[in-house]
Ligand binder design. Structure first.
Ligand SMILES: [Mg+2]
Length: 202
């Protein structure tokens, strides 16, 4: 289920059950209480029995999943109370952390147009091209007649992997291949980046 739909469903559930919305603090306390229910389930797996065992259902995968769901719901309700979507925050944080490959722009050498053209005729794994640090091209692999590249935008959120012939590679990125912009060589032979980017997007 899409996270926006999930949040909408929680809203409808609150309306349907006529529930009072807890404050962010109260919702976080409920989350802690739901976390306790998750622990109860896990403990029952190891033959720990609570007082009044009839009130504490035994471990089942679905039951545990539902308790995890309750916990997630209360975390969402707490974040909602502060006006944020925790899924969006999580996504952007993960992308930001994985964006260590963005460090390429900080250490980039500004190669000339001529040096860029020369490098395109002799592509090597780890060559990095960019158009104004907004669009990036990383050469991942080169063999006898094919060049495999990753194309991505500034935030490195998603990358497209393409395998091109040498000619297609040069045609795609050479100066004036697009009327207003052109990529410029930023790094040569950064195989460390190929490894990182491949792990993220391959
Ligand atoms: Mg529960």
């Amino acid at each position: 289920m899409d996270t926006k739909n999930l949040i909408g469903l929680i809203d409808r559930y609150y309306e349907y059950r006529n529930l009072t919305r807890p404050t962010p603090e109260q919702a976080m306390m409920w989350a802690a209480s739901e976390l306790g229910e998750c622990f109860d389930m896990l403990l029952s797996k190891h033959q720990w029995v609570r007082n009044n065992p009839d009130k504490h259902p035994p471990f089942t995968q679905v039951g545990f999943g539902e308790e995890c769901g309750d916990l997630i719901m209360m975390l969402i309700v707490s974040a909602q109370g502060e006006g944020v979507d925790p899924f969006e925050c999580l996504e952007s944080k993960l992308l930001r952390k994985m964006g260590e490959v963005k460090q390429v722009e900080k250490t980039a050498k500004r190669y000339t147009k001529e040096e860029t053209a020369e490098a395109m005729c002799d592509p090597k794994a780890g060559d990095v091209y960019s158009e104004m640090c907004v669009f990036w091209v990383l050469v991942a692999d080169v063999n006898t007649n094919k060049v495999t590249i990753f194309e991505t935008s500034a935030n490195w959120g998603e990358a497209k992997k393409l395998t091109l012939t040498y000619e297609e590679f040069v045609d795609r990125y050479k100066y004036k291949s697009s009327s207003d912009y052109y990529v410029r060589l930023y790094h040569r032979g950064r195989t460390d980046l190929v490894e990182k980017v491949s792990k993220l997007y391959d």
